[in-house]
Ligand binder design. Structure first.
Ligand code: ZN
Length: 172
């Protein structure tokens, strides 16, 4: 059964999922520590190898508003791997991919997405912040319009608080 948008997933994480999520949560804090927004993503292949990783880089002049972590990681994986391998990859991210990043994940042929914090929860934390006016468009709705299925696991109840922590107070 597909979980409802915004309600914590009841699907248990595998040990490998948990390990990769802990890594991505630490990467998001590292992004914050270097003055960027607290977002990060990695793409892991079917053998558990990290093929791409990225932190947020959405602030000019160093970055630009399209450099969300998920889009950067998906693009790097898309350059390195063939579509058959990408279809067996998982993108892990601390927060649900926005519509732009969901589009990038789709166009890069990545087969699975795992995220900790729902976009709705992030929206509660960012509000209409000029640097991150969070969309309200679940990634599942974007993927549902595509020509191939993308498996989605998230939000993850046991990780949502940890994922939200670096955002609390950041946007106010
Ligand atoms: Zn995004």
């Amino acid at each position: 059964m597909t979980p409802h948008h915004g309600s914590p997933s009841i699907i248990p994480l595998t040990a490998e999922d948990r390990r990769h999520m802990q890594y991505v949560l630490a990467l998001a804090i590292r992004a914050k520590d270097v003055g960027r927004h607290p977002f990060a993503a990695i793409v892991v292949d079917q053998h558990g190898r990290i093929m791409a990783e990225a932190g947020n880089n959405s602030m000019p002049p160093e970055g630009d508003p399209t450099q969300h972590a998920e889009r950067l990681a998906a693009a790097e994986a898309g350059r390195r791997l063939l579509p058959e391998a990408l279809a067996r990859c998982t993108l892990y991210t601390n927060a649900e991919p926005c519509a732009m990043c969901a589009g990038a994940i789709y166009w890069c042929s990545i087969g699975r997405v795992v995220y900790a914090m729902a976009e709705q929860r992030l929206l509660q934390l960012t509000g209409n912040h000029p640097e991150n006016p969070t969309l309200s468009l679940p990634c599942r709705e974007v993927f549902a319009r595509g020509q191939r299925p993308i498996e989605v696991l998230g939000p993850i109840a046991e990780l949502e608080q940890e994922a939200a922590a670096p955002h609390i107070g950041f946007w106010s």
